[in-house]
Design a protein. Structure first.
Length: 201
């Protein structure tokens, strides 16, 4: 087992807890953006708890996690659906503003410390944005729990090519025998990535 965080192992007490518990968990200092199979190997389960909304590049982190995930990820995050912070500091819900917003992937950007007085809170996604982000990164998400302004998902790693690589500039480009440069990954829309019928959530 491996624990990964930006801070040194003794900053939040990990080193002390490991010693007291006699744990063999290896601590790796680094960012979610640094995760790679070449560096760390693969893991059956990845816990990604309370991190997504602290990242300036949340989709990049999901891509990196898929690289090291052999089974599934458990993701827990702040969620916008039940806690939208307005520019005047008032809190509301997406449903209160417009019920249709639940069907649209939405991220609220927090450039300073608007959310909970914490400068490390950058984005708050709604459920649709979390689910769409997971799907494009190559996961099949299932909502596990929702409470207050939090949600939790179990995201199974898909075996096929992640959607973000398919016919986008993120993919691999080659020049064919006909001289035309193409993305080598075909676009394959999945049934579970289509928007829900009108009037549903």
């Amino acid at each position: 087992m491996v624990a990964c965080d930006l801070t040194p192992g003794d900053y939040f007490g990990f080193a002390t807890a490991r010693e007291l518990l006699g744990s063999r968990v290896e601590y790796v200092e680094g960012s979610a953006y640094d995760l790679s199979r070449a560096r760390l190997g693969g893991f059956d389960v990845v816990l990604f708890v309370g991190v997504l909304y602290h990242l300036r590049y949340p989709l990049l982190a999901l891509d990196r996690i898929r690289d090291v995930c052999d089974g599934y990820m458990l993701l827990e995050s702040h969620c916008l659906d039940n806690c939208l912070l307005m520019d005047d500091g008032q809190r509301t819900t997406l449903d209160h503003l417009d019920p249709r917003l639940a069907r649209v992937p939405v991220y609220r950007f927090y450039p300073a410390n608007e959310l909970n007085g914490d400068y490390s809170n950058w984005f708050s996604p709604n459920r649709r944005a979390i689910e769409s982000g997971l799907r494009t990164a190559g996961f099949a998400p299932t909502l596990v729990a929702e409470w207050g302004d939090r949600v939790a998902y179990r995201a199974e790693r898909r075996a096929d090519t992640p959607e973000y690589l398919q016919e986008t500039y993120e993919g691999l480009f080659v020049r064919g025998a006909d001289g035309v440069v193409r993305n080598t990954y075909p676009r394959a829309r999945h049934a579970d990535s289509s928007p829900p019928p009108r009037g549903t959530r």
